[in-house]
Ligand binder design. Structure first.
Ligand code: CP
Ligand code: NVA
Length: 305
């Protein structure tokens, strides 16, 4: 089984992963060792930079008893034109799973088609499933549950927004988005989520979206690979900043999330990032515990006694 998008998991597995990650986090805090992946190797193949995804997967694998190899395309023959399908066939003979961070989603799909070991999406242009699993885990920890809450996405309709829409469909969540007209998320994902039972609403302004919110989520205005559009984006996203005035419209217990890295002073102010409503550090920590739940599930099928 691969994890390229959240649909690959389905609703039961998504719900189980969230519970399992919370459980693994508790066990880890109590210092209980759990090493079901002894002898297993995870390859991290990254074509874009990363702090959280790379380090959390490496530490997750180490805590579960396994080991990792990190490569970029420049380190490998892929950088010299060896086809993805040949690379996938070869590395599947060596390692037990592969995390890939790349540009176009089709690249990871091509790899997965020819891989005989599970392929995990560590971010593509259109999806960031592991991050959104950790985000929902964080909401469940902070609020007790996700369903029924007013969860808001303000900003770019990017990979994060797309994965949020997918999880909203799988878990029947209420998701309100405010995105500039030229930066909307994938329409087909919205349609699928609505069919799945999500309540998805597009608000005309960030202020409308933020009103009475329980959770406000944002991300950078210029994602990796979009750098040429930086100026156009800065113009389009003016007014989409998470700041004190916007948070003032939200519910009194509203939590603020950001997958990080943040551009402080652009999509979010210093005051909000470092303020009492921000849960961004717990959210980042939860990447580690969620990666462990994902690896356990894909490499062993579930909890090992
Ligand atoms: N949130 C996230 O994926 O961070 P990195 O780019 O540092 O991995
Ligand atoms: N949307 C961002 C997320 C970074 C973790 C990007 O793709 O660059």
């Amino acid at each position: 089984m691969h994890l390229l998008t959240l649909h690959d998991l389905g609703k039961e597995a998504v719900a189980e992963l969230i519970d399992r990650a919370i459980e693994l986090k508790k066990r880890h805090k109590r210092g209980i060792p759990y090493r079901p992946l002894v002898g297993k190797t995870l390859l991290l193949f990254f074509e874009k930079p990363s702090t959280r995804t790379r380090i959390s997967f490496e530490v997750a694998m180490s805590q579960l008893g396994g080991s990792t190899i990190f490569v970029t395309s420049q380190d490998t023959q892929l950088g010299r034109g060896e086809p993805i399908k040949d690379t996938a066939r070869v590395v599947s003979r060596y390692v037990d799973s592969v995390v890939i961070r790349t540009h176009e989603h089709e690249r990871i799909e091509e790899f997965a088609r020819h891989s005989t070991v599970p392929v995990i999406n560590g971010l593509t242009r259109t999806h960031h499933p592991c991050q959104v699993l950790a985000d929902v885990m964080t909401i469940v920890e902070k609020k007790g549950a996700c369903r029924g809450l007013k969860i808001v996405w303000i900003g770019d309709g990017n990979n994060m927004a797309n994965s949020w829409i997918e999880i909203a469909g799988l878990l029947k969540l209420r998701l309100t988005l405010a995105c500039p007209a030229d930066f909307m998320p994938r329409k087909e994902l919205v349609e699928a989520a609505l069919k799945g039972g999500a309540e998805i609403e597009f608000a005309p302004t960030p202020q409308d979206a933020a009103k009475d919110a329980d959770v406000i989520n944002t991300d950078v205005w210029t994602s990796m690979g979009d750098e040429e559009e930086r100026e156009k984006r800065e113009e389009a996203f003016k007014g989409y900043q998470i700041n004190e005035a916007l948070l003032g419209l939200a519910g009194p217990e509203c939590i603020v999330m950001h997958c990080l890295p943040a551009h402080r002073g652009e999509e979010i102010t210093d005051g909000i990032m470092d303020g009492s409503h921000s849960v961004v550090w717990d959210e980042a920590e939860n990447r580690l515990h969620m990666q462990k739940a994902i690896l356990e599930r894909l490499l062993t099928g579930g909890e090992q006694r």
